[in-house]
Design a protein around this ligand. Structure first.
Ligand SMILES: CCCCCCCCC/C=C/C(=O)SCCNC(=O)CCNC(=O)[C@H](O)C(C)(C)COP(=O)(O)OP(=O)(O)OC[C@H]1O[C@@H](n2cnc3c(N)ncnc32)[C@H](O)[C@@H]1OP(=O)(O)O
Length: 299
């Protein structure tokens, strides 16, 4: 993977750009007004602070940040932009919607659609994972609400997880509860985060963990009051960024590259497997029944 293979943020390059930045601030005060850059698509909002080299990326797909094909595509494009931006060293991933980080994959993308649609959707899910799990940047998840399934996957892809301290908010890979199965790379990501035993049990039961329980076994790293999630993420980021980039960037893929390579080697087969699984009538019925239950919950 390009992001893992190339160490683009070498220390000398960073030092150089830092120096230029300082000089330009002294020589040209107008540049201060440019120290925060924004770019946004329909579903993704990015705020880049050039003085710290940290980008905050907010998912904004109300009401629950379902990971639709559109959101996933915008996510991967935005992440790629940041990845090649030499001024960007860290990414904080969070939600623009209160109470939900992400409800995971948008189930409507997996119901009643064509095989071509399922293949395009799954490719976009893979792409999101490859880019985020394999990112060269420091990645921190600021989990400001519930985070089931694909939402949990995104959080686990990050280097560090800070979650709002409330038993109302839960996180986990609950796929089996929907009658579907977390693919091997979801499983690999969870094993990487919390180890085999917890993963085995969690995946079979499709277990969702309230924030305090998730902290106990390391599914998240830190709990803070809801209104402190962002500021704590910024403080944690400063600590991670105090390590020289080149050393951290050589260390990260030592652990992650073999996991990334497993999917890269069998990407097409994984898409075929998803399409044939999700197209089964019994699976479609399970998903439909789950959506009906979600809607009934309100009545
Ligand atoms: C072999 C291997 C091969 C491969 C096999 C296949 C592998 C697939 C891997 C799948 C990974 C996944 O991520 S599957 C996705 C799993 N996700 C989930 O189970 C999350 C379900 N959602 C929730 O639990 C809750 O909505 C939660 C997120 C906590 C927020 O609760 P709230 O009370 O705030 O909101 P709700 O009232 O429930 O929801 C608001 C509206 O959003 C809808 N909604 C909620 N979640 C949704 C979702 N994920 N997709 C679409 N729509 C969703 C609801 O139906 C409501 O619609 P209206 O009534 O119309 O307003």
């Amino acid at each position: 993977m390009a992001a893992l293979a190339v160490l683009r943020r070498s220390a000398p390059a960073r030092l150089l750009s830092g120096t230029l930045c300082v000089h330009s601030r002294v020589l040209a005060p107008w540049r201060q007004y440019q120290s925060n850059r924004h770019f946004s698509n329909d579903k993704i909002l990015v705020e880049m602070d050039e003085s710290t080299g940290v980008a905050v990326m907010k998912m904004k797909n109300p009401p629950v940040n379902g990971l639709s094909l559109e959101l996933l595509t915008e996510f991967s494009i935005s992440l790629e932009k940041l990845e090649i931006d030499r001024g960007c060293r860290g990414l904080i991933l969070t939600s623009a919607s209160p109470k939900v980080f992400s409800a995971g994959l948008d189930i409507t993308e997996m119901c009643g659609k064509s095989a071509e649609h399922y293949a395009a959707f799954w490719k976009a899910v893979q792409e999101m994972w490859l880019k985020l799990f394999g990112s060269n940047m420091v990645t921190i998840a600021a989990i400001n609400g519930s985070s089931p399934a694909g939402g949990c996957l995104m959080a686990m892809c990050c280097d560090y997880r800070i979650m709002a301290d409330s038993p109302k908010y839960a996180i986990g890979l609950n796929e089996t509860q929907l009658g579907i199965v977390a693919p091997f790379w979801f499983k690999d990501t969870m094993t990487h985060t919390v180890g085999s035993r917890v993963t085995e049990q969690s995946l079979q039961l499709g277990q969702m963990y309230p924030a305090p329980a998730a902290l106990k076994f390391g599914l998240v790293d830190q709990l803070v009051p809801e209104d402190k999630v962002q500021i704590t993420a910024a403080a944690a980021m400063a600590q991670w960024l105090s390590v020289p980039d080149h050393a951290r960037q050589i260390t990260k893929p030592m652990i992650r590259k073999p996991i990334v390579d497993r999917l890269v080697k069998q990407r097409e087969a994984d898409i075929d497997n998803f399409v044939s699984f999700i197209s089964k009538e019994s699976i479609q019925k399970s998903l439909q029944a789950y959506m009906d239950r979600l809607k009934q919950k309100k009545q």
